[in-house]
Design a protein around this ligand. Structure first.
Ligand SMILES: C[S@@+](CC[C@H](N)C(=O)[O-])C[C@H]1O[C@@H](n2cnc3c(N)ncnc32)[C@H](O)[C@@H]1O
Length: 259
């Protein structure tokens, strides 16, 4: 089981400046292999110390570190990502708005490096995931193996050509031309189930919503953009961080409302 090792940050009061200054910056490390000593810019933490969990451990110079077993989200953040992976802020809304749970069956396409597929699989019964590119499916399979998830079925399939399974509670689309698969989605979804389409650009979003409105079995619900603003909280210095995530994508929610 991988571990998270944290070098504790330290602040000291500097009289000349009449204020606290960070003398050691907090650093986090992901340790895949704890069966050997860990070396860190001149110091060393022995493998015996690394075996501890939820304790303060020391390096050979007596410096304090924290250590604990990694959880799903720590491992998830280590996935090898291809460009244009859906960020966590957007995945959170998909989960909350669609209400999917341990009984749900989900289809995700395109797979890409499998980031969305994998996060969905952590919440639902099973996830089927289609991509047209062999190399992307291979990257996704490596990520699935890394997280040891058993409820994911990756398939080389053009979703515009058809959907091979049925009874989905949610279909997520992150593709260049998502409107081309709408008829297949309708046939493969349960009544009341959702389609969530992730669009990067406004024209893509417009074309998708226009196509949805032509389908009487589908109901357009809403389009949302989540802006995440990070804050710096350090003593009296409490302000938005200068660099935050800008635009990622638009989430369009659609439901199947007719048999
Ligand atoms: C932006 S990536 C998806 C990223 C993914 N949602 C994630 O979070 O990692 C888009 C993927 O869609 C795939 N794709 C494009 N057209 C497709 C189609 N018609 N059917 C299935 N996959 C398709 C591409 O090969 C690419 O891997």
């Amino acid at each position: 089981m991988p571990k998270i090792l944290i070098q504790k940050g330290k602040k000291e009061f500097v009289e000349e400046l009449n204020r606290e200054v960070t003398t050691i910056k907090q650093k986090n490390f992901f340790l895949q292999n704890i069966n050997k000593d860990f070396q860190l810019s001149g110091s060393l933490i022995s493998k015996n110390e690394l075996k501890k969990n939820g304790e303060i451990i020391k390096d050979n110079r007596g410096k304090d570190f924290l250590i604990f077993e990694s959880t799903f989200v720590d491992d998830y953040k280590r996935l090898k990502r291809l460009p244009q992976t859906i960020p966590l802020k957007d995945i959170g809304l998909i989960l909350a708005e669609t209400g999917i749970n341990r009984t749900s069956k989900v289809l995700d396409s395109g797979t890409g490096s499998g980031a969305l597929t994998i996060m969905l699989a952590n919440f639902v019964k099973e996830v089927h995931s289609y991509d047209v590119r062999e190399d992307h499916l291979k990257a996704a399979q490596d990520n699935v193996d890394f997280l040891k998830l058993k409820n994911i079925k990756l398939k080389k399939q053009d979703i515009n050509e058809g959907i091979l399974e049925k009874d989905f509670d949610l279909i997520t689309l992150d593709l260049p031309e998502p409107w081309k698969t709408l008829k297949h989605c309708i046939n493969a979804m349960n009544i009341g189930a959702f389609i969530v389409c992730y669009s990067i650009t406004v024209p893509q979003l417009q074309d998708f919503v226009e196509a949805v409105r032509k389908e009487e079995k589908l109901m357009y619900v809403k389009t949302v953009e989540i802006q995440e603003r990070l804050w710096e909280v350090d003593g009296r210095k409490v302000k938005p961080k200068t660099i935050s995530i800008g635009h990622s994508g638009f989430l369009t929610f659609v439901r199947k409302v007719l048999k």
